[in-house]
Design a protein around this ligand. Structure first.
Ligand code: DOR
Ligand code: ZN
Length: 364
């Protein structure tokens, strides 16, 4: 492989084959069975060393207690082939109700390795799939955050303001100023992951903060700006939360990612919904299903930015220790050869379906 220094000098390079450590999927939704039966194998086939599972299932099945999280873990385990060394990483779905003691106990007993923060507004409306049972009273959860800080339990945050009057495209930055900054001030030692970051201002904040904070970035937010929602007619398949932003935001986030900033790592937020949920006239479900070819998408982005030497750190190394993982010693290989994507997996439309990607991921 061409060395990073050659790359940084801007030498014209051409990489056609790239063998790197197996990656860590830092944010994925696999739902429950039977949908899980078709979508979880997609993540497994992407040679991930492990994945962080988000449990925002329809109430009362969200992973908001030890018992419910263990039940979800059993479902996942039942689909992992015998002998696989794939590591499922479970997350607590934080509510207004769980006690600091249970949060700590679940962590110490290895039930979850992190807590996921979804927020709902005072009317109990959530800003994304399954967030209406999330936290309404962030201040009221400060005793939980204090316990998490003490025990170094990572907080994985969906930072978007969900009040109806907030402009859709400003939800993320509003939440940074209103929720995240006070939280960081109150808990300077709390490890935080800013999930699926999209706003260039938020990315700059994360990159420069004097705090143990990092961000996951999806492949869809690296590939598209908000035009894609409207191009050739309103497109529900591109409806995801946070919503795609203007091009300068996409570019700024992408710049941090492909320049090799260590605080940014891959988390696809691959979020399958069946066709009925995606295509209903009102209340289209938010979510884009990228699990089938996430690594190829990320590779395409880094390749376009002439940044392939930074791909391995982004996929497989940056802040994996936060989830109790080590960078995998096992390898996977990307080859520059066309990969045609199917339109659908089961009843789920595939991001990029029907098109051909320039890279294909193979085992080592
Ligand atoms: O687009 C999204 N889909 N964003 C989220 O935050 C949740 C996810 C889902 O679960 O469908
Ligand atoms: Zn998600």
């Amino acid at each position: 492989m061409t060395s990073t220094s050659t790359f940084l000098e801007g030498t014209d390079i051409s990489i056609n084959r790239l063998t790197i450590r197996r990656w860590l999927e830092r944010h994925v939704h696999v739902r429950r069975r039977p949908m899980m039966d078709v979508v979880l194998p997609c993540t497994l086939n992407q040679h991930a060393a492990g994945a962080v599972f988000m449990g925002n299932h329809p109430h009362p099945y969200e992973t908001s207690t030890i018992e419910k999280t263990l039940a979800h873990r059993r479902e996942i385990d039942s689909l992992i082939p015998e002998g696989s060394d794939f590591t499922p990483i479970m997350t607590l779905y934080l509510t207004d109700h769980i006690s600091p003691d249970e949060v700590v106990r679940g962590f110490k007993e290895g039930v979850w390795r992190a807590a996921k923060l979804y927020m709902a507004n005072q009317q109990g409306q959530g800003g994304t799939t399954g967030s209406q049972h999330g936290v309404r009273d962030l201040r009221g959860r400060y005793p939980v955050f204090a316990a998490m800080e003490k025990h170094q339990i990572p907080l994985l945050g969906h930072f978007e303001a969900v009040e109806e009057k907030v402009d859709e495209f400003d939800r993320e930055i509003r939440s940074v100023n209103r929720d995240l900054k006070p939280l960081m001030k109150a808990f300077p030692g709390l490890p935080i992951v800013f999930e699926h970051i999209t706003d260039g201002r938020a990315a700059e904040f994360v990159a420069e903060a004097n705090h143990n904070i990092q961000a996951t970035v999806t492949c869809h937010h690296l590939m598209h700006n908000r035009n894609v929602l409207f191009w050739e007619g309103l497109n529900p398949l591109k409806w995801a939360k946070p919503v795609f932003k203007k091009e300068p935001h996409r570019r700024k986030v992408r710049k941090y990612v492909t320049s090799g900033h260590k605080r940014f790592g891959a988390g696809t937020d691959s979020a399958p919904h069946d066709e009925v949920a995606k295509c209903r006239l009102c209340r289209c479900a938010a979510g884009i299903f990228t699990a089938l070819s996430a690594v190829e998408f990320y590779a395409m982005v880094f390749d376009e930015d002439n940044a392939l030497p930074h791909l391995e750190a982004f996929l497989s190394e940056n802040f994996v220790g936060l989830y109790g993982m080590k960078p995998s010693e096992k390898k996977m290989t990307l080859v520059r050869q066309p990969r045609l994507l199917p339109l659908k997996v089961g009843d789920v439309w595939v991001e990029g379906g029907g098109t051909s990607l320039p890279w294909e991921l193979l085992a080592a």
